[in-house]
Ligand binder design. Structure first.
Ligand SMILES: *Cc1c(COP(=O)(O)O)cnc(C)c1O
Length: 446
C-alpha cells in the first residue's frame, strides 16, 4: 500500500459514536454489552489506521471479531407462525417472568423464611400462585416438565401395578418419545382398553381391578381423530374406585374460548379428575415445568416419593412460573389472541419500513398454528410479510436471527408469533440482511 493510501485511511477512520449508532451494533450492544462491543470497535479502528481494514467494512469486522458470548444459545425472532415452536424453545417468557428470573439468579429465599431464618417450603410463593389460579385443586406440585409429572405419578401411584389407558390416547409426544415407553419405564404396566377410535366406560370398568394403580386420560394434543369416534370423560370414570389422572398436556388452567377443544385444569378437576398433569411452557406461556394439581392426599404422596427430589425444579423456573401465573398477559397468550386486523396493520407497517430502506416486500393473509403439541387442527388467521426465499438462510444466521417459513419458493414472516414490541428489530434484521444479500434485487413473488 502506498503512503498516500495509508494517509487516506487515517483520515477516514469512522468515529466511535457513529459506529455505535449503527443498528447492527446497537443490537450487538443490547445482546453482548457495551464494553465488549466498544473494545472490538477500538481494535477495528486501529486496523483502519494501520491500513489493514477498509473503513466501509468496520461494522462487519466488529461483528466478526466479537468474542463468543457466555452462551451459544442465540435469541431468535420467531416469525414461523407456530406460537409454541418446539425447536425455538416453546413459550417465550413475559417481561415480568424474565425480570423474576434475573432477580432470583443470585442468592434468594427460595427455601428460607427470612423472618425466622429457618428452612421454609421450597417455592412456596409459586405453589400459592398455582393454587390461587386453580382453586379446585386441593394441592399442587411442580416438577421439571410434563413428562416428569407423568413419570412421578406413575412411579408413586402405579409402580408394579397397572395403568388403565385407552388405545386412542397412546400418544407419541415428538422426537420419537412415546408416552407408553415413558410410563412403562417406571415399572408400571399399561392395560390398554378400547380401540383407536372408540373407547367406552365399560371398557375401563372391565379392566379396573385389584392391580389398578390409576386410570389415565391423555389429551391427544398433537393429532385429531375424527369420524366414528367415542371417548369417555373423567366424569364417567370417577365412580370406578381408582384415581383418575388426566394429562391435559398444554397447561391451560381455565377454559380459553378461542380454543374450545383444548382441555384445562379447572374443568378437568371439576369433571372428576383426581390428579391433573400439564406442561408449563405450552399454552400457559411459562418456563419448562410440569404441573401436578389435584386431591391433596395424592399430591402429598407424589411430593414425598424419593423420585420427587430428582425431578425438582430450580429457583429460576420457580421464579418464572410464579411471575407467569401472577401476571395475566404473556407472549403466548398475546400471540394466540392477537387480532387479525392488528396483525395486518403491523405487517403493512413493517413492509412500509422495509420499502423505506429499499427492501421490497409484500403482505398477504396466512394461517398460524399453536404448535408445540397443542390445539391440533386449530387455525389462527394471520398475516405474513413476503420476501424472497433467498433471504431465509442469511436471516436465520445473521446478527439477529429471524426464523420464518419458506413456502412456495417465498419466505413468509408471520407477525402473529413475533412479540408486538419486536417489529423494529425484525425490520432492522431484514434490512441489514438484505443489504448484504444479492437477493435484495430479486423480485418479490406474489
Ligand atoms: C407435551 C405433552 C407432554 C409432555 O410434556 P413436556 O412438558 O414436553 O415434557 C405429555 N403429554 C401431553 C398430552 C403433551 O401434550
Amino acid at each position: 500500500m502506498t503512503q498516500d493510501a495509508t494517509q487516506d485511511h487515517r483520515r477516514t477512520v469512522p468515529r466511535t459514536d457513529a459506529l455505535l449508532a449503527d443498528e447492527r451494533l446497537v443490537s450487538a450492544v443490547r445482546d453482548r454489552g457495551r464494553d465488549v462491543v466498544k473494545a472490538a470497535v477500538r481494535r477495528a479502528q486501529q486496523q483502519v489506521r494501520d491500513g489493514a481494514l477498509d473503513p466501509g467494512r468496520v461494522v462487519e469486522a466488529v461483528l466478526a471479531a466479537l468474542p463468543p458470548a457466555g452462551t451459544t444459545l442465540r435469541p431468535v425472532l420467531n416469525a414461523t407462525g407456530a406460537v409454541l415452536h418446539t425447536n425455538l424453545g416453546r413459550a417465550q417468557l413475559s417481561a415480568a417472568a424474565v425480570e423474576a428470573v434475573v432477580a432470583a439468579a443470585g442468592a434468594t429465599d427460595v427455601e428460607m423464611d427470612l423472618t425466622t431464618g429457618r428452612r421454609a417450603r421450597r417455592g412456596r410463593g409459586t405453589l400459592d400462585a398455582l393454587r390461587g389460579a386453580v382453586p379446585a385443586a386441593g394441592d399442587v406440585h411442580v416438577v421439571n416438565n410434563g413428562a416428569a409429572a407423568l413419570v412421578l405419578a406413575a412411579t408413586a401411584l402405579a409402580a408394579d401395578r397397572e395403568i388403565v389407558v385407552s388405545r386412542g390416547e397412546l400418544v407419541e409426544i415428538g422426537d420419537g418419545f412415546r408416552l407408553t415407553d415413558l410410563l412403562e419405564s417406571t415399572g408400571a404396566r399399561l392395560r390398554e382398553v378400547g380401540t383407536t377410535n372408540r373407547t367406552s366406560v365399560a371398557d375401563y370398568r372391565d379392566a379396573v381391578g385389584e392391580r389398578t394403580g390409576f386410570v389415565l386420560k391423555v389429551h391427544p394434543s398433537n393429532f385429531v381423530v375424527s369420524g366414528f369416534t367415542a371417548a369417555v370423560g373423567p366424569e364417567q370414570l370417577r365412580g370406578l374406585g381408582v384415581p383418575v389422572v388426566v394429562d391435559i398436556g398444554s397447561g391451560l388452567l381455565a377454559p380459553d374460548p378461542l380454543l374450545p377443544a383444548e382441555p384445562d385444569a379447572a374443568s378437568a378437576l371439576a369433571a372428576g379428575a383426581d390428579l391433573v398433569t400439564a406442561s408449563g411452557d405450552k399454552l400457559l406461556g411459562g418456563p419448562q415445568a410440569g404441573l401436578l394439581l389435584g386431591e391433596a392426599g395424592l399430591v402429598e404422596r407424589l411430593r414425598r416419593h424419593p423420585l420427587a427430589r430428582a425431578l425438582r425444579v430450580d429457583k429460576l423456573t420457580l421464579a418464572a412460573l410464579e411471575a407467569t401465573l401472577r401476571a395475566a398477559p404473556n407472549p403466548t397468550r398475546d400471540a394466540v389472541h392477537a387480532d387479525p386486523g392488528e396483525l395486518r396493520d403491523r405487517s403493512e407497517r413493517v413492509v412500509r419500513a422495509l420499502a423505506g430502506a429499499g427492501v421490497a416486500a409484500g403482505v398477504e393473509p396466512s394461517v398460524a398454528v399453536v404448535g408445540g403439541g397443542g390445539a391440533p387442527g386449530v387455525e389462527l388467521p394471520s398475516w405474513v410479510v413476503v420476501l424472497p426465499a433467498e433471504l431465509a438462510v442469511p436471516l436465520r444466521t445473521g446478527a439477529r436471527p429471524v426464523a420464518g417459513r419458506v413456502e412456495g419458493g417465498r419466505l413468509l414472516l408471520d407477525l402473529r408469533t413475533v412479540p408486538a414490541g419486536a417489529d423494529d428489530l425484525l425490520v432492522e434484521a431484514v434490512t441489514t440482511t438484505a443489504a448484504t444479500t444479492a437477493a435484495t434485487t430479486a423480485e418479490v413473488l406474489r
